[in-house]
Design a protein around this ligand. Structure first.
Ligand code: F6R
Length: 606
């Protein structure tokens, strides 16, 4: 949700910033902009639309600049337009800044600043910050920033430059992410690590309300009480290549194909000598204390939580309950010190999930994060963190992060089940061998993608569709439907297979597509009866089932086979064809698969 980048060093600021923005474009692509200091003047260039527009605009502009800031926007206050794009700058062009977050008291500040003579060019909340800093500037930029921050209510990550300080960038954060990259004779700021990987793997994560001053050869940090502090240097394990398309036409397709590997790495991360181990995040005593597990997340991560709920109940025989993060606080959840609350988030920055975490923590729960991003806010605020081994996920639609979250939850369920005495050593080995078989079984689907373009062609002009399944298959239907909606813009809804007939079946007419997930072998007969009810009303049935499911194949207009596996682990197999179906439908509709409209990958507003 907006990406910011800053550079100071001996390199070409424009090139470094554009390269960084390219890696952050998943955070928003309503507009992009850049501000640099060239010849003691601030120059600002910004363009509505994708980064490509800014790049084209800048193509023949050569700046002799070694300091600058850049931004890629997901619009909140003010429509996408050149003028609402960041960087925003003071009326005399002495100060420019980029912002990720929302300033809640911006209208009061705007009124005050207008009364003092400041002219506002944009409709954004951000513009108040730059005028505020300007109004507080009495010859010392750092002091002006510190004074101004005290007046702001809301969330922010900020990169600030001043024409009279051509050798420094000031940055700060509150609840929005910001990473400092440490180079040799150069330093960087960025909303997320992929923007830095080309230049450095050494980073520092700022704490809330830290203020940092970056020069070519130094980084100085003050905490919120104005103490000079140091923050640990972390070495990032991701490689630059992982953040490129590596020959694939889209990040999403690359990430779908990376799943066999990321799943294997996720299992290996938690298995030592064939024993699953989470003792670093959950002690035996803590497990004994747990009488309820809450799983809390948004969107696709919530769907991973749904699969986790099945695994915790089925494998660990543990009371568990999954909730959408943005609703968690408003439903008076029963939370006490015997609650384990698990927060699932690829980015580790989703504000709804973070707010739910804070709520659970304040009520005494033990909090555990499952995230993909080292140093992310959720990972730092939770009592303990489990990292998925998905590597950077760049496509807006989540694929490999989801399947690795599910695998982590399944491993965790086996671990808790063993500690509770409901999973024997032998059963653990059986479960592990099933989990290890998943990667090869996924490859079977990935080696047979030629069936998808024809199905996508059939779906591409449909306006509505349904996804149905029973039991765990229903959780997969929800994820399949979300993928289709977000990247193909076809309105689909997921239903428990038995539920359609209670009302929504009225929407079925000749040719209405219904995607059926039929992996739960004990429920298949009932699901097949539901298919027959739908076919009798003209539905077009596209189903995902086991290779061996002859009956399901026969009642379907199109059938996508997946390999056999235990019911409880089948979700990670059956979701792969649904990811591919959404991908090929998006392609058939000529949609920008990696950057579907209106979305941003990391949602840092409530
Ligand atoms: C959909 C998708 C979103 C995210 C959701 C939570 O493909 O990616 O639904 O799953 O916004 O994001 P994280 O996992 O970063 O908290």
């Amino acid at each position: 949700m907006c990406g910011i980048v800053g550079y100071i060093g001996r390199g070409n600021a424009k090139e470094v910033i554009l390269q960084g923005l390219e890696k952050l474009e998943y955070r928003g692509y309503d507009s992009a902009g850049i501000a640099i200091i060239d010849d003691n003047e601030i120059k600002v260039e910004k363009k509505q639309g994708k980064l490509e527009n800014l790049k084209n605009h800048l193509e023949n502009m050569n700046f002799d600049s070694h300091i600058g800031i850049g931004h890629t926007r997901w619009a909140t206050h003010g429509e996408p337009s050149d003028v609402n794009s960041h960087p925003h700058f003071s009326n005399d062009l002495s100060i420019a800044l980029v912002h990720n977050g929302i300033i809640e008291n911006y209208s009061i500040l705007k009124e005050k600043l207008k009364n003092s003579g400041y002219i506002f060019n944009s409709e954004t909340d951000t513009e108040v910050i730059v005028h505020l800093i300007h109004s507080n500037y009495k010859g010392n930029l750092l002091e002006a920033v510190k004074t101004s921050l005290k007046e702001l209510r809301g969330t922010y990550a900020l990169g600030i430059i001043h024409k009279d300080y051509p050798n420094e960038i000031i940055c700060t954060r509150k609840e929005s992410p910001l990473v400092l990259g440490i180079g040799q004779g150069e330093n960087f700021i960025a909303s997320d690590v992929p923007a830095l990987l080309k230049y450095t793997k050494e980073v520092k994560f700022l704490k809330d309300k830290d203020i940092a001053i970056l020069k070519e050869d130094s980084i100085v940090i003050f905490d919120e009480n104005d103490n000079l502090v140091d923050r640990d240097i972390n070495t990032i394990q991701w490689t630059y290549e992982q953040s490129t398309k590596n020959g694939y036409p889209h990040f999403m397709l690359k990430e779908i194909f990376e799943q066999p590997q990321s799943i294997k790495e996720t299992i290996n991360r938690r298995v030592n000598n064939n024993i699953i181990d989470f003792s670093d995040v959950l002690s035996d005593d803590e497990i004994k204390e747990i009488d309820m597990i809450h799983l809390v997340a948004c969107g696709t991560a919530y769907h991973a939580g749904l699969q986790g709920q099945y695994a915790l109940r089925d494998i660990a025989k543990t009371n568990s309950f999954v909730e959408i993060a943005s609703e968690y606080r408003y439903m008076n959840p029963f939370v006490n010190n015997r609650t384990l609350a698990i927060f699932i988030s690829q980015s580790g920055e989703t504000l709804d999930t973070l707010a739910a975490l804070r709520e659970a923590k304040s009520k005494g729960a033990k909090t555990l994060a499952i995230t993909n991003v080292v140093g992310s806010t959720i990972s730092r605020e939770a009592d303990s963190t489990i990292y998925t081994m998905a590597g950077p996920e760049i496509a807006v639609a989540s694929t490999k992060a989801y399947t690795t979250q599910v695998i982590m939850l399944q491993l965790l369920s086996i671990f808790i089940g063993k500690k509770k005495g409901v999973v024997s050593n032998n059963k653990e080995q059986e479960y592990l061998s099933s989990l290890y078989s998943i990667s090869d079984k996924i490859k079977f689907t990935l080696e047979n993608t030629d069936i998808f373009p024809e199905m996508a062609d059939h779906l591409k002009d449909k306006v509505n569709g349904f996804y149905i399944g029973r039991g765990l298959d229903y959780a997969i239907a929800m994820e399949g439907s979300l993928k289709m909606k977000e990247i193909s813009y076809i309105h689909t809804e997921a239903f428990p297979a038995g539920e359609l007939k209670h009302g929504s079946i009225a929407l079925i007419e000749k040719g209405t597509p219904v995607v059926v997930i039929g992996l739960q072998s004990n429920l298949l007969e009932k699901t097949i009866s539901n298919i027959k009810e739908l076919k009798a009303r003209g539905a077009y049935i596209l189903s995902v089932g086991r290779e061996s499911s002859t009956e399901l194949r026969e009642v379907s207009d199109n059938f996508i086979p997946v390999k056999d596996i235990d019911n409880i682990f089948s979700g990670v197999l059956s979701v792969i064809p649904l990811q591919l179906l959404a991908y090929y439908t998006s392609l058939a509709k000529n949609i920008d698969v990696d950057k579907p409209r209106n979305l941003a990958k990391s949602v840092t507003v409530e």
